[in-house]
Design a protein around this ligand. Sequence first.
Ligand code: ADP
Length: 136
Amino acid sequence: MYKNILVPIDLTQAEKGTAMLAVAAKLADQGAKITAITVVEDLPGYVRAELPTGLVEKNLKAAQEEMAKLVKDSGVAASVQVSDGNPSREILDHASKIGADLIIVASHRPGMQDYFLGSTAARVVRHAACSVLVTR
Ligand code: ADP
């Protein structure tokens, strides 16, 4: 059904990521492209300045490794993108950059059932130029 699917994964809710990749594989046309993206949240400049040199780069590298493992273990053929910055902005920017025709997000963190949508998921739903599937 879709040719270019973006799956934003919050590494603090990795099990949801695996489930979302399985949904992406089911909705993907033959030969479709699936990209799993995680965004390492940007810290304000004054906090960054106090951190030991190389810590941010180390976090990005750790996220890259964790994502590669998650995707490999899921058995879904997806490429991995790690960005840093504001999660919803980076997700929306990457979706336009690759011309995604579907974004799959989870609704919110497990245990936060009172909320219909988490803040990142809500911004993606509101501003995406393509279809968005919210998994629960
Ligand atoms: P909550 O506030 O309950 O954590 P969020 O809106 O942050 O809700 O998370 C819901 C979904 O949004 C996640 O499962 C994921 O799909 C996406 N998401 C949130 N944060 C990130 C992130 N840093 N990188 C990639 N995707 C994210």
